[in-house]
Write a protein that binds this ligand. Structure first.
Ligand SMILES: Cc1cc2nc3c(=O)[nH]c(=O)nc-3n(C[C@H](O)[C@H](O)[C@H](O)COP(=O)(O)OP(=O)(O)OC[C@H]3O[C@@H](n4cnc5c(N)ncnc54)[C@H](O)[C@@H]3O)c2cc1C
Length: 391
């Protein structure tokens, strides 16, 4: 097998890269280690920056998003048992939109399959060869056989646990990691999200987050200790704890319904600054992880892929290496900005183990600043909405 760009991973990064390259007339093959059903059923991010919405529209993947996406105009924050809100729209009318990652992935897969373009599921990549030559190869398994894909370029879009990052010799040395001493217990629920109860809550019991995936499906999280026995929580325990943490002195309560899925995510921030080595670039979660508080993971993946697609277009069609040489540098400006914001927000809303009253008061001050000062609101809104794209 031979192609121009071999893409590892059919998450948002890999699928969107394939779509943009297709629009520019560049061939690619997408290799995905898991099954089609597994990839389509994965529930993860759900809040899109305006830039992500615009990018999906620009590349012809926005039709369902424009019908089913729910734009937000406001952010709610709760602390010390009170609800506070701030507008989440900037002067150019940019805003956030709720639209589940599973839907983004389905839209991209549907389009690729309709166009009969190569996308192989159950095709785990085992190794890469000659990454630093002009004929890099991907070794993968498919249909019980060992196969090789020869490429002009390899895009490692295979997430945090993927194989591609390790092929950059200085990846480990150029990586930075922060692990938080808590995680998020997430539930996907069949219950109409109550618009009066959403956003983040800081409480001395730990943080809570209420968000929507659609008009009938909610996505709710509780801060928990990483060693918490989550199997011991009944559905009622989860709802009762959410009600306790989201209370704001009003009679508003979450609408309850069936819990469809439970999961746990350890909070961590990770950046690998070596995003390119020879004919290999890594993008999305393969290069960085952010704590989910800022809703930045998927949006950062889209930012990387925009730069990578344009860099590959210039390189493969004109032999111009300028942008591909600056790929890491350009992406990292956006990445560190989002990582910094996600960490600030994470620090402000969670209770750290053994946290003092002093620390809690510092968190109230940060939240107060974001909601009740002009400069703080500007910082909050522009950070949530994301930096404009350089490419
Ligand atoms: C459990 C969880 C919950 C999350 N929740 C949120 C959230 O609420 N809000 C938010 O903003 N972000 C969230 N994120 C982050 C967000 O989902 C990611 O940032 C986003 O998925 C990044 O897209 P990606 O394409 O880079 O990586 P991924 O979506 O991870 O896709 C990588 C793909 O590569 C495939 N792959 C891996 N190894 C191989 C291999 N060897 N061969 C072939 N294929 C391979 C994987 O199967 C996967 O399909 C969450 C992430 C996780 C893991």
């Amino acid at each position: 097998m031979r192609t121009q760009v071999g893409i590892i991973g059919a998450g948002p990064a890999g699928l969107l890269l394939a779509r943009i390259l297709q629009v520019h007339g560049i061939e690619s093959v997408v290799l995905e280690g898991r099954s089609r059903d597994h990839v389509l059923a994965r529930i993860r991010a759900g809040v899109l920056e305006q830039g992500t919405v615009d990018t999906l529209n620009e590349y012809g993947v926005g039709e369902r998003l424009m019908h089913e996406g729910i734009p937000h105009a406001e952010m709610q924050l709760r602390w010390a048992g009170r609800r506070h809100a701030l507008p989440l729209v900037d002067e150019t009318n940019r805003r956030m939109t709720t639209y589940g990652q599973a839907k983004v992935v389905r839209d991209l897969i549907d389009l690729r399959e309709t166009d009969h373009l190569p996308l192989l599921f159950d095709a785990p990549v085992e190794s890469l060869e000659d990454v630093n030559s002009d004929r890099p190869r991907i070794r993968f398994a498919h249909d019980g056989q060992q196969r090789t894909l020869e490429c002009d370029f390899i895009a490692g879009c295979d997430g945090f646990h993927g194989v591609s990052r390790q092929y950059s010799p200085d990846a480990e040395e150029k990586s930075a990691l922060r692990e938080y001493p808590y995680g998020w217990f997430g539930v996907l629920v069949e219950a109409a999200p109550n618009p009066e109860i959403r956003g983040f809550a800081h409480t001395t019991r730990g943080a809570a987050v209420c968000s929507a995936r659609s008009k009938t499906i909610g996505r709710l999280y509780l801060q928990v200790d990483p060693n918490e026995n989550l199997d011991a929580w009944s559905d009622d325990d989860i709802w009762n704890e959410l009600d306790l943490r989201m209370q704001d002195g009003s009679n508003n309560r979450l609408n309850r319904g069936r819990i469809l899925q439970r999961d746990f995510a350890r909070l961590r921030a990770f950046v690998c600054e070596s995003m390119r080595y020879g004919r290999l670039c890594i993008a999305g979660d393969a290069a960085h992880i952010v704590p989910p508080s800022g809703a930045k993971g998927l949006n950062l993946a889209v930012g990387d892929v925009r730069v990578l697609a344009e860099a590959l277009r210039r390189f493969l069609t004109k032999g111009d290496t300028d942008l591909i040489d600056r790929y890491s540098e350009i992406c990292l400006r956006r990445i560190w900005h989002s990582v910094h914001w996600s960490c600030l927000l994470t620090d402000a809303i969670h209770m750290a183990p053994g946290q003092s009253r002093f620390d809690t008061q510092m968190q109230y001050e940060a939240l107060q600043h974001w909601v009740y000062t002009e400069i703080g609101r500007k910082h909050f809104v522009s950070s949530m909405l994301g930096l404009p794209y350089e490419v």
